[in-house]
Design a protein around this ligand. Structure first.
Ligand SMILES: Cc1cc2nc3c(=O)[nH]c(=O)nc-3n(C[C@H](O)[C@H](O)[C@H](O)COP(=O)(O)O)c2cc1C
Length: 363
């Protein structure tokens, strides 16, 4: 029988348990996306806290575009030594670390300074109103290549893998969303066409990093807005990625324009029944593909995850807010205190001086 504390192997990467720190923007990187001492200590606390696989904050892959301030960047080779120090530190504590790669696109709240922000079509983003520059095919090719370049840099700096961010309304996910994607070429219309850039991005990263490198993708179960990407779109992408050899898929949901109760980090997760709000979607995807599925969204209790591990084919359990409240949560559980996460899902974790939990002011 499977156990949450099983050690497993994801394309050669040894994981000491089934717990994942989901990609979490800390708002602590320098303005140009470099690591800071404060960020290093965030990651050190997670690694000391026995998280099996740590996924970094979303990390921007081109210099002139980032959706939020204080994010990490991997758009050139200059941060190499810092990232090397980060991965060595995490490995010293026996955890694995993957870098999450993103091009944010029009779901951005950073002030515009005349830079070009690409998207599938020249329409206003549903929440921010930012209008994309509709991409030419050569621009698509260039951006896909930028994901590959970024992944190669991450690999060289010692990251055990990368995760392509295709969730939450950012650029790659926008191609699945017919509001954003009104194209009539081979990148728009049918799901085969809307999924094309996502599959090309995966294939670029795979061909640049090799068969034996851990490559994952995070995707929305659905956008949860009228006219947005649907669960059928998600299932199609997951099946195609599985066919092409992806190593793991993390299932989330929602875009910024959705109601907060339909987004990725839902408020008021108080009972066990409120937790794991994307579990039904993740469980269905896990039935349909052979690739390991990672569930994220409102996970707080060991019992909930144990039940899902027993009753579904979901393999890994990913948390963001619970680990902001208690980076040592997994260790606490290992030491026998099985009480659930102290996170109260208040969603007060975003601060311009650094995203920290109001219950964990030392972070
Ligand atoms: C402060 C904050 C920052 C986040 N940053 C990212 C990110 O960089 N990349 C990402 O994929 N998701 C990000 N998320 C979403 C989480 O990874 C996760 O999908 C969501 O919070 C639900 O999980 P939870 O209930 O365990 O928090 C962020 C969430 C929060 C609260």
């Amino acid at each position: 029988m499977r156990d949450l504390f099983d050690s497993t192997n994801l394309n050669g990467v040894k994981l000491k348990n089934r717990f994942v720190r989901s990609g979490t923007w800390e708002q602590m990187a320098s303005a140009d996306g470099r690591l800071t001492d404060r960020l290093l200590s965030v990651y050190e606390n997670l690694a000391k806290g026995q998280v099996g696989l740590i996924i970094t904050s979303y990390t921007f892959v081109t210099r002139d575009e980032q959706p939020n301030p204080g994010m990490l960047g991997i758009y050139d080779d200059r941060g190499h030594d810092d990232y090397r120090a980060l991965t060595e530190m995490v490995h010293k504590h026996g955890s694995a670390i993957a870098m999450q790669l993103v091009y944010g696109g029009t779901q951005t709240f950073l002030p515009q300074s005349g830079q070009t922000i690409f998207g599938p079509s020249a329409v206003a983003e549903m929440a921010t109103g930012v209008v994309a520059k509709e991409m030419e095919q050569a621009e698509i090719r260039e951006l896909v290549k930028a994901f590959g370049d970024a992944a190669v840099r991450a690999k060289k700096a010692g990251f055990d893998g990368v995760q392509i961010h295709c969730a939450h309304g950012y650029f790659l996910g926008q191609w699945l969303n017919p509001h954003h994607n009104r194209r009539t070429d081979q990148y728009g219309g049918s799901i085969e066409n809307r999924a094309r850039i996502i599959l090309e991005t995966y294939e670029e990263v795979r061909s640049r990093c090799g068969e034996d490198y851990l490559i994952m993708l995070k995707i929305n179960s659905a956008d949860f807005v009228p006219g947005g990407a649907t669960f059928d779109d998600c299932r199609y992408v997951c099946k195609e990625l599985a066919r092409r050899g992806i190593d793991a898929i993390e299932i989330s949901g929602g875009i910024f324009a959705a109601e907060e109760s339909q987004r990725w980090a839902r408020p008021q997760v108080t009972t066990a029944g409120d937790e794991a709000y994307f579990a039904a979607y993740a469980a269905q995807v896990a039935e349909e593909i052979e690739v390991p599925v990672i569930l994220v969204g409102g996970l707080k209790s060991l019992e909930v995850m144990e039940r899902l591990l027993a009753e579904t084919k979901i393999e890994y359990f990913s948390m963001a807010r619970a680990l902001m409240t208690e980076p040592g949560l997994i260790q606490r559980w290992m030491q026998g205190d099985r009480s659930k996460s102290k996170c109260i899902s208040c969603n007060q974790c975003r601060h311009t001086e650094g995203n920290i939990c109001i219950l964990n002011r030392q972070a």
